[in-house]
Design a protein around this ligand. Structure first.
Ligand SMILES: [Zn+2]
Length: 249
C-alpha cells in the first residue's frame, strides 16, 4: 500500500513534557489519542472531562477539541454534558450484548474477505502486532495489552480499506472496550492465542477458518462479559426508592 513507507511522525505524546511543546494536532489526531487512552484504560467509563482539560492536555484550541468531542459523541463513545463537558460512555449489559451481536455479524465476514485480499504488508503488520501483544503479555503490562487487543481489531478493519467498515468497527471496538471495563471480572485483553489463530488462517488464505476463528473469539469475549447474568442494571430511581424505604425503617 502506498503511504505505509512514510515514517510515522514523532509520537507527540513523547514530546509533551519537553521544553518546546508541539502544537497543531489535528482533530483526527486528538480523536485517535482519546481512543487509545480509552483502550489503555486511562479514561475509564463514566469519567467526566471538560473541553478546557482536553484543550490543555493536547495544547490545541477549543475548536479542535470540540470537533473531536463531537465526533466521539456521534459514535456514542462520549456523552455530552452541560457546561462544555462530556463523560466517557459506560455501556450497560443490554447495549454490550447488542454491540457484540453486530460484531459477530460483521467481523467473521471481514476476516474472510481479508484472507482473500491479504498482502505481504498486511501479514507483516499482523505478525508485528502479535509479537507486540506477546511482549506485553510477557511483561504483564496489562494496559498495553488491552490497548493492543483493541487495536488488533481496528487494524483488521483498516486492511479492508472500507471507510464505512472502519468507522463502524472503531465505534464498536471502543464501546466493547468500555463494556469490558464495566462488566468483565478480569480485564486481560483478548484471550491468549486467539488473535494468532486468526492471523494464521488469514496467512494461509483460508477465509473459512479465519471466519470461524473470529466467530469463536467473539463468543469468548461475550462469555467473559457474563452478559446473560440476570442481575439488574443499577437504576437510580430504584436506588432512591430503596434508600427512602431504608431511611424509614
Ligand atoms: Zn480480539
Amino acid at each position: 500500500m502506498e503511504g505505509t513507507g512514510r515514517k510515522a511522525a514523532a509520537d507527540p505524546g513523547k514530546d509533551a513534557g519537553s521544553l518546546k511543546r508541539i502544537h497543531g494536532y489535528t482533530e483526527m489526531e486528538v480523536t485517535r489519542k482519546l481512543i487509545l487512552a480509552i483502550f489503555e484504560q486511562r479514561l475509564p467509563p463514566g469519567l467526566r472531562i471538560t473541553e478546557a482539560q482536553l484543550s490543555e492536555a493536547f495544547d490545541v484550541s477549543r475548536t479542535v477539541v470540540r470537533q473531536s468531542i463531537a465526533k466521539l459523541s456521534e459514535i456514542g463513545v462520549f456523552k455530552k454534558t452541560p457546561n462544555q463537558g462530556c463523560t466517557i460512555a459506560s455501556p450497560n449489559r443490554d447495549e454490550a450484548r447488542k454491540m457484540l451481536h453486530v460484531r459477530e455479524m460483521v467481523e467473521p465476514a471481514m476476516v474472510r474477505g481479508i484472507a482473500e485480499t491479504r498482502t505481504p504488508e498486511h501479514l507483516a503488520a499482523l505478525h508485528e502486532h502479535i509479537a507486540m501483544e506477546g511482549e506485553a503479555r510477557l511483561r504483564q503490562d496489562r494496559s498495553t495489552l488491552v490497548r493492543l487487543s483493541g487495536e488488533f481489531h481496528l487494524k483488521l478493519a483498516e486492511m479492508t480499506g472500507n471507510p464505512y467498515l472502519i468507522r463502524l468497527m472503531t465505534e464498536l471496538q471502543v464501546l466493547t472496550c468500555l463494556a469490558i471495563l464495566v462488566h468483565a471480572e478480569a480485564e486481560t485483553g483478548c484471550p491468549r492465542d486467539e488473535h494468532s489463530a486468526i492471523v494464521a488462517a488469514i496467512e494461509r488464505g483460508d477465509g473459512e477458518a479465519a471466519s470461524h476463528e473470529m466467530a469463536h473469539h467473539l463468543k469468548h469475549i461475550t462469555a467473559d462479559l457474563k452478559l446473560d447474568r440476570a442481575e439488574p442494571e443499577p437504576n437510580l430511581e430504584n436506588a432512591m426508592l430503596w434508600l427512602r424505604g431504608a431511611a424509614g425503617a
